[in-house]
Design a protein around this ligand. Structure first.
Ligand SMILES: [Zn+2]
Length: 167
């Protein structure tokens, strides 16, 4: 009996250690990038992928050209992170024109179309999942969040950015 417990414990430790290594080498990301949310430049620069909210609190990113220029100057991969980022936005079904608007705002700001999508709070309905895939957007969800270090602007994630830095 004792041996079994020991094996299980070693197994769990092994998996955690593996996860630690995977997170160490996989590119870092930052969620909730918007001109309306203050974001530490330190974490923007540390990240390879910036997840942008196109229309947070009704403000279009495309209307803040300075911000668009600044984000482009960081030379990072940019992805779509919902439209307005309201709570579980993509857990209720959205249609093509809803997504079209989002893609247009993104394109007006950065000059190219997004290729990746991460739903707010990582919640997405089956129908929306299809919608995202039909638009040739790569969908990133919970698994992606576990195997990458993901910071949050404003430090509002489940774990603080400092903790993410450590693990
Ligand atoms: Zn978010």
């Amino acid at each position: 009996m004792k041996k079994i417990i020991l094996f299980v414990l070693l197994g769990i430790l092994g998996i955690l250690f593996l996860l630690f290594l995977v997170r160490l080498i996989s590119p870092k990301e930052i969620d909730d990038v918007s001109p309306e949310i203050s974001c530490s430049e330190k974490y923007l620069k540390k990240s390879s992928i910036l997840w942008v909210i196109p229309k947070f609190q009704g403000e279009l990113i495309s209307e803040d050209k300075e911000w668009c220029k600044y984000i482009l100057s960081l030379n990072k991969t940019l992805g779509l992170h919902g439209v307005t980022h309201e709570f579980e936005e993509f857990n209720s079904n959205r249609n093509q024109s809803y997504l079209d608007e989002e893609i247009k705002i993104f394109e007006d700001c950065f000059g190219f179309k997004p290729e990746m999508f991460k739903p707010p709070q990582l919640k997405i309905s089956n129908k929306n999942e299809e919608l995202i895939k039909n638009n040739n957007l790569k969908l990133k969800g919970k698994f992606n969040q576990i195997i990458h270090k993901v910071y949050h602007c404003n430090d509002t994630g489940k774990f603080s950015n400092k903790f993410i830095d450590l693990f």
